[in-house]
Design a binder for this molecule. Structure first.
Ligand code: SF4
Length: 241
């Protein structure tokens, strides 16, 4: 599908309209444009994700929020998931690869995240995401331009060739400061690891504490390698292996 056929509107015009729009306006458009059951938010329960869930509940109570359970998330992340499920009227869905850690160790080695993190991310994140989105129309994310150079050119509304869905990023223009002001103002729950030097939190084997405030916010992710993204937000389609 080309970017000109997935909706009956001009994408550039939509993005021009949403560049300075409130996230609620973007979310309202999503649920007016797509079948509500086919518009789903994905999150790793980071600070931006918490803010987007807050807005999502206001616009569409009961909407679906999915997360990719790699089996190696931090205990604090699972705990936050439970707090958010109790706080928000949202349908939180676990998406899993179907591949246990034992099976992965048997087929690919004990520490695939060290030996070949791209393949580990493909097996535990990228492929499950693609399978989950196969019958969806819109994928909502909380990515922001200021998170990393790989996200600096993100638009509010994009076509995800890799996942065959419209990708919507309502917080794309928000800053780190705005996110934390919102969380503090509304007393929203957040991952306590953020207060312990983890600005970006992913899987335990691939997330480290970051020294000081000056580093890249995602510097603690795959810090021993050049890898900066798990592949979920990379286009064109990530390659296997
Ligand atoms: S972040 Fe690390 S542990 Fe998680 S799926 Fe990717 S390589 Fe595997």
């Amino acid at each position: 599908m080309s970017t000109t056929t997935w909706i009956d509107e001009d994408v550039a015009a939509i993005n021009a309209r949403f560049e300075s729009a409130h996230p609620r306006a973007v979310l309202t458009w999503v649920f007016e444009t797509f079948e509500p059951k086919k518009a789903v938010m994905g999150t790793g329960f980071g600070a931006s994700g918490v803010v987007l869930m807050h807005f999502l509940e206001q616009v569409k109570p009961g909407a679906t929020v999915f997360y990719l359970d790699t089996d190696v998330l931090f205990p604090e992340t699972y705990n936050l998931r439970d707090q958010l499920a109790a706080r928000f009227d949202l349908n939180i869905v676990r998406v899993h690869s179907g591949l246990s850690l034992d099976e992965q160790a048997k087929d690919y080695g004990e520490k695939l995240w060290n030996d070949d993190p791209d393949q580990c991310c493909f097996l535990r994140k990228v492929q499950p995401l693609r399978e989950y989105l196969v019958d969806k129309s819109a994928w909502l994310t909380a990515i922001r331009r200021d998170q990393s150079p790989t996200r600096a050119n993100a638009d509010p509304v994009e076509w995800s060739e890799a996942n065959d869905v419209v990708k919507v990023n309502p917080l794309v223009t928000w800053t780190e400061t705005e996110i934390w002001d919102h969380i503090n103002h509304y007393n929203l729950p957040y991952n306590p690891l953020h207060d312990e030097g983890y600005p970006s939190i992913g899987c335990m084997p691939c997330t480290e504490q970051v020294e000081g405030e000056a580093e890249d916010p995602r510097a603690g992710r795959w810090s021993d390698s050049e890898k900066k993204e798990c592949g979920l937000h990379l286009e064109p389609e990530p390659t296997e292996g």
